[in-house]
Design a protein around this ligand. Structure first.
Ligand SMILES: Nc1ncnc2c1ncn2[C@@H]1O[C@H](COP(=O)(O)OP(=O)(O)OP(=O)(O)O)[C@@H](O)[C@H]1O
Length: 236
């Protein structure tokens, strides 16, 4: 399916997979306000790979949540494939997320009772794709990520690096416009982290998927097309 086909609407023509326009975010509690992001602008093209680094508490996870439409900015707007999250209700957001976005976290969040292939098939099942097709697509992407010999293994029998590759395969199997990754190699040893990171960025580029990664690891960040530092609410 064309990944620019919006859930239930016409295709959107846009030069950018993902855009942030003047995005600010302030959290409030009863008597305090914390401004985490201050007029952040960002535009990521299809197939482009960018890294966001920054000190603990600088707002990296907050920004990723806004990019994924999981939270709303206090000001400004975030667009995925030319569609602003702010113009969608919850149901449309979740359909658009399933269709146009993949997410990878530090912990793989694979379902332990399902095999690698079944885990990767999950987003396709949610879309009600025929099982045979979903099986073939999951197999193909796992093979491309070097896991052809692990299709029928459950996560408990896989290494940490293999689990993260499966998580990446699950994020990419729908051919999304963009993958958002939050410390995807944070749990791996150095050598495995490098291998997994290379596999992720190469796959994203090969499929024309934009890849936005938050990482503490400057060496890995420098393997992307652009590195941003989040500091005092600004993306520098
Ligand atoms: N839901 C929330 N309510 C109130 N404050 C929040 C909320 N979410 C985040 N914050 C605050 O926003 C700031 C940035 O947090 P965030 O988790 O985005 O930082 P981070 O750069 O991802 O940190 P780390 O690298 O430690 O994960 C912190 O001061 C945090 O306390």
């Amino acid at each position: 399916m064309n990944n620019l086909l919006a859930a239930g609407s016409a295709p959107v023509a846009t030069a950018f997979a993902l855009e942030c326009r003047g995005v600010s975010k302030t959290f409030h509690d009863t008597n305090q306000a914390v401004q985490v992001l201050n007029r952040v602008d960002l535009a990521v093209k299809p197939g482009e790979r960018i890294a966001i680094v920054g000190a603990s508490g600088s707002g990296k996870s907050t920004l990723l949540h806004l990019l994924g439409g999981l939270d709303s900015p206090s000001h400004g707007e975030v667009l995925l494939g030319g569609r602003a999250w702010g113009n969608m209700n919850e149901r449309t957001r979740s359909q658009w997320r399933n269709q146009a976005l993949g997410m990878v976290y530090q912990f793989h969040h694979l379902l332990p009772e399902f095999t690698a292939q079944e885990n990767v098939m999950m987003p396709l099942r949610i879309r009600r794709e025929p099982d045979g097709l979903a099986q073939a697509q999951a197999q193909a992407i796992l093979e491309q990520l070097g896991l052809g010999h692990r299709l029928h293994h459950r996560p408990g029998l896989l290494s940490g690096g293999e689990r993260q590759r499966v998580a990446m395969a699950r994020a990419l199997v729908t051919r999304p416009l963009c993958v958002l990754a939050d410390e995807p190699t944070g749990n791996l040893d150095r050598e495995t982290a490098q291998d997994v990171f290379a596999a992720m960025t190469q796959m994203a580029q090969a499929t024309g998927t934009a890849f936005v990664v938050v990482t503490h690891d400057m060496e890995l960040a420098q393997r992307t097309d652009r590195v941003y530092r989040l500091q005092q609410g600004a993306l520098l």
